[in-house]
Write a protein that binds this ligand. Structure first.
Ligand code: FES
Length: 235
């Protein structure tokens, strides 16, 4: 038994050494050995020769029957039409907005007031309403004009000559709002023969200039003009 056992061990060792050497040869970088390894390979891809499963849908029925230029004309037509409709809508919207924002007819009518001066006798006052405020119109006499011009302007609280306050000496036009706190002064009253504000005792002269009392300024002169003889337009 012992010789057999020794022999079998020797055979096993030789077989083992032979099986271990084989991979070493396969890893060799020698070109001859590499060709030998390739030629003996039996690997095959599992996908090789498989039928294709990705199928592209058929879009042929969606393709244009006519030429490309016909489609372009239709596209331009649609874009142009929609653009025109949008522009018309935008114009209408903006127009409506501006019309709503502009002054109404009754407000425009109040912007200017026309007065017939022939109806105002000399030495009389008329009060009209303009933009919600009273406007005093005085047809002054020659004596009143001379009195207004005889005042020493330098001594006035709000220095202003009569010429600066009138366009025609016989017509004095001014807002009937006291410059102290906004009361409406009384005509042909006060210490200076002009207007008197009873709220706190301000006295204005025949040119509407403050002469006495707490008011700091002369009565305000509005915008006005004489478009023709006997006609006054305030505003
Ligand atoms: S409001 Fe006219 S004096 Fe005060």
């Amino acid at each position: 038994m012992a010789p057999l056992s020794t022999m079998s061990r020797a055979l096993a060792r030789s077989a083992a050494s032979a099986s271990v050497r084989l991979p070493v040869r396969a890893m060799s970088s020698s070109p001859a050995l590499r060709d030998h390894a390739t030629a003996s390979s039996t690997y095959e891809s599992p996908f090789k020769g498989e039928p294709k499963t990705t199928k592209v849908p058929d879009f042929s029925k969606y393709m244009a029957k006519r030429g490309g230029s016909a489609n372009a004309v239709f596209s331009y037509f649609m874009v142009g039409t929609l653009g025109a409709i949008s522009a018309a809508g935008a114009k209408s919207t903006i127009q409506q907005f501006l019309v709503n924002m502009s002054a109404s007819a009754d407000v425009l009518a109040m912007a200017k007031v026309e007065v017939d001066l022939n109806a105002i006798p000399e030495g009389k006052n008329v009060i009209i309403k303009w933009r919600g405020k009273p406007v005093f119109i005085r047809h002054r006499t020659q004596a009143e004009i001379e009195e207004a011009n005889s005042v020493n302007v330098a001594q006035l609280r709000d220095p202003q000559s009569d010429e600066e306050r009138v366009k025609k000496p016989e017509w004095l036009v001014m807002l009937g709002v006291c410059t102290h706190l906004g009361c409406v002064p009384i005509g042909e009253a006060g210490d200076y023969g002009g207007w008197f504000c009873p709220c706190h005792g301000s006295h204005y002269d025949i040119s509407g200039r403050i002469r006495k009392g707490p008011a700091p300024l002369n009565l305000e002169i509005p915008a006005y003009e004489f478009p023709e003889d006997g006609k006054l337009v305030v505003g």
